[in-house]
Design a protein around this ligand. Structure first.
Ligand code: SF4
Length: 409
């Protein structure tokens, strides 16, 4: 970090107002940090709370005050997507979600929103009146199914079972909302057969979008402690090879039924890719509001000349900042921002085109050399004037990301 940046950090760690981004924010993320219960593997910023708690109403008031401020500053006009994530936003219940959507409608009246997603869990989703939410602009549900096997759901500490997940899926499909589900592979006790069974459910349900995450166990989560203590001799975390086998099975099975892997964890039928996540993965600015939400802003020319703007001063270097609840948590100069963009592109099946690479090479002159090295190692391929991750590259994503980050370190 340059001296300039260190000065910035001590002087203006706290942002007085939400920074203006140039280009403007393309996506809005609202964080709802509440759940009905805490899952055994979860270390997210969330708390288990009963749905009638007044703390939820107070939180929503504060969240909407932040949205109003962003609206007053004219920061919402160019948004393309909105994502209400958590926690478990569906745990807010019908009335609060209706209220939230009604309020947002006013603040987003000048924006052309193409996708509006609500994250949900089966147990609370089945209580919602989805057609009423759809009328207020909701377009998509991202449903945390995680597994179609009751024993695996129990190990994960989920409070729903497979039957309730199916009920929620039928309800969403009947409403006409787009649907994505999350599944977890590498669950202790999960066999390749039970993983295949979950994938077969995706086929039977004719789903259009699915995200698959290998279970990653953070220290001190109840499941991690349970495994550490060896309380159940049959419960073991699958090793890297088993997780790799799950990912390879997913790609071949889902590919066969028309769900293309378009990002390291995401599979979709053409046209059903997550527009919101594509904004993250293509390095466009996004605004995250609420506890634990992160934003990414590109600072404009005015900031770069060192003028005081939005509480930022002496900015001669950074072009990109990340902030969380008004606090700068990350500052990237133009080389670092270019490396980050290149890493993000390597999450995508489409990789990076010659033209995009030429553009990034003005900041990272040795980028092509590094990508060619990764091609030789079999982690990338170069075809039709694009560098793309190979299957091996996706399994060894960290090697790709480290090589790219070495360009600036
Ligand atoms: S529902 Fe999601 S956010 Fe809530 S406790 Fe479970 S894993 Fe964590």
């Amino acid at each position: 970090m340059s001296q300039n940046l260190q000065a910035l950090e001590t002087e203006s760690k706290k942002l007085h107002e939400i920074p203006t981004s140039n280009p403007p924010y393309q996506a809005l993320y609202l964080h709802i940090p509440f759940c009905a219960a805490r899952c055994s593997y979860c270390d997210f910023v969330t708390e288990a709370i009963t749905t009638d708690s007044a703390a939820i109403d107070r939180y929503l008031d504060d969240l909407l005050a932040d949205v109003r401020e962003a609206f007053d500053q004219g920061l919402l006009n160019d948004l393309k997507t909105v994502y209400v994530g958590g926690g478990t936003p569906s745990h807010l219940g019908q009335d609060r979600i209706l209220f939230l959507l009604q309020e947002l409608r006013g603040y987003l009246k000048d924006a052309k929103i193409k996708e509006f997603t609500l994250e949900a869990n089966p147990d609370s989703l089945v209580k919602l009146d989805l057609p009423a939410l759809k009328k207020l602009g909701l377009t998509r549900i991202s449903l945390g199914v995680q597994s179609f096997d009751d024993l695996e759901l129990e190990i994960l500490g989920r409070i729903h079972d497979a039957r309730e997940a199916l009920e929620a899926i039928y309800q969403i499909q009947a409403s006409g909302l787009d649907l994505s589900i999350d599944l977890i592979c590498g669950i202790p006790g999960q066999s390749l057969d039970s993983w295949l069974n979950s994938l077969q459910q995706v086929e039977e349900l004719m789903l259009d979008h699915i995200s698959i995450y290998p279970l990653s166990l953070e220290e001190l989560t109840p499941l991690a402690v349970q495994l550490e203590e060896g309380a159940d001799e049959f419960l073991e975390l699958p090793d890297d090879d088993e997780q790799a086998a799950d990912m390879l099975l997913s790609e071949s099975f889902l590919g066969r039924i028309g769900l293309k892997r378009y990002e390291i964890s995401s599979y979709s039928r053409p046209g059903h890719e997550s527009k919101h996540n594509m904004i993250y993965w293509t390095g466009q600015p996004y605004l995250g509001l609420g506890k634990g939400a992160v934003s990414m802003a590109m600072l404009d020319a005015c900031n770069l000349t060192g003028e005081v703007k939005n509480g930022l001063s002496s900015l001669s270097q950074p072009v990109r900042i990340r902030f969380q609840e008004r606090e700068i948590v990350d500052e990237l100069d133009s080389e670092e921002a270019a490396a980050e963009d290149l890493m993000m592109r390597m999450r995508l099946a489409d990789g990076i085109s010659e033209e995009e690479l030429r553009h990034l090479s003005s900041k990272l002159p040795k980028a092509r050399q590094s990508l060619d090295k990764l091609v030789k190692e079999g982690l990338l391929e170069y075809q039709h004037k694009r560098y793309r991750p190979t299957q091996r590259g996706w399994l060894m994503g960290n090697c790709i990301f480290e090589t790219i980050w070495d360009l600036v370190s």
